[in-house]
Design a protein around this ligand. Structure first.
Ligand SMILES: Nc1ncnc2c1ncn2[C@@H]1O[C@H](COP(=O)(O)OP(=O)(O)OP(=O)(O)O)[C@@H](O)[C@H]1O
Length: 322
């Protein structure tokens, strides 16, 4: 188990991690989700004893990382896949890591086999593709057969096959009863990988909940309705308590009804004899929803909400136009 309590890191005037408290439990993949600059890597570095917290603490199975007798046997991490010496073979790198951590060298063959690198183990790591380097990084993390594993943005830059492999692999590790924490800036990626989420923005905790809960609460639905009697329908809807917006000024026949249901809109249209040309339920994409939630928390925000910034049509209130 990983436990962060009031974890805080300040770099000069920059508060990179701001009073973070959360727990990561064994047996499931936990996603550490946040936009770029949210403080994920800094938090992970503090977990690994590579950075010292300004305040608070993070415990690995109840201990500070520096108090662990055999750190590699407790916590394995993939932080930077490219830190391997380029002229070393995968085998030589792992053997060196094993030796310097009191791990029997026979474990090297085991981990090479687990990550599917046995055939290329004698090749120099400098010639590895990103996917192969990630596998080597994972093999290194697994050397001590640790109960806790941590991966910093492991699928960044990988092709779909590599992404699929890493996802399944992390789920397998969790199914073996290990604690698995994986960071990402993409909710869509986490939705396919993680069962539980710790969501951060600007160093602060935004949510800790199941992925399903987060996805459901973050993706709002709206109804798109197209009618040659859009103005009349807009009045009917607003007088029945719905808020109504126009998708854009060019499509005067199209209305958006946030938080409405197609059944309600369709029934009101029928009751007031409004002809409909389209009635569609719209769900904001996961990334749009995520950016909206963390919108205020994105470090390099353009000042627009995520949805606007990503090119969603502007909205104009029907009521305001009258
Ligand atoms: N060594 C450092 N010195 C000064 N500021 C730092 C340092 N490391 C990180 N920061 C700042 O702390 C904030 C959090 O950075 P961090 O790398 O932890 O975020 P992140 O969520 O991992 O984002 P990314 O995915 O972009 O790496 C950022 O504003 C970053 O510029």
């Amino acid at each position: 188990m990983i436990e962060a309590v009031g974890l805080t890191k300040r770099y000069g005037s920059k508060l990179a991690v701001d009073d973070l408290s959360f727990t990561v439990k064994p047996g499931k993949v936990t996603g550490f989700l946040g936009p770029n600059g949210a403080g994920k890597s800094t938090t992970m570095r503090m977990m690994l004893g590579l950075d010292r917290p300004t305040a608070g603490k993070v415990l690995i199975d109840g201990k500070h990382y520096t108090e662990l007798k055999n750190p590699l046997r407790t916590l394995g991490a993939l932080v930077d896949a490219k830190w391997v010496h380029p002229n070393r073979s995968a085998y030589a790198h792992l053997k060196w890591m094993a030796r310097s951590n009191g791990i029997p060298t026979k474990r090297v063959d085991e981990v090479l086999d687990i990550v599917g690198l046995s055939e290329v183990a004698r090749r120099r790591a400098g010639g590895f593709s990103l996917g192969m380097s990630q596998r080597l990084g994972i093999a290194t993390a697994l050397l001590g057969d640790p109960k806790i594993l941590m991966f910093d943005e492991p699928v960044n830059g990988l092709d779909p096959e590599g992404i699929h492999w890493i996802r399944r692999f992390m789920q397998r590790l969790a199914a073996e009863g290990r604690t698995v924490l994986v960071s990402s800036h993409l909710l869509s990626e986490m939705a396919q990988t993680a069962e539980e989420l710790v969501v951060v923005g600007r160093g602060k905790l935004i949510a800790q909940c199941s992925t399903q809960e987060f996805v459901e609460s973050s993706s709002s639905t709206s109804v798109k309705v197209r009618s040659p009697q859009a103005d009349q329908l807009g009045e009917v809807l607003t007088s029945n308590g719905f808020s109504v917006t126009r998708e854009n000024q060019q499509e005067r026949d199209t209305l958006l009804v946030p938080d409405g249901a197609t059944e309600q809109v369709g029934e009101l249209a029928a009751k007031y004899d409004c002809v409909l040309h389209e009635l569609t339920a719209q769900r904001a994409s996961l990334e749009e929803a995520f950016m909206q939630i963390t919108g205020q928390e994105v470090e390099f925000s353009t000042g627009k909400s995520g949805a606007e910034a990503s090119g969603s049509p502007g909205e104009a209130s029907v009521a305001a136009e009258k």
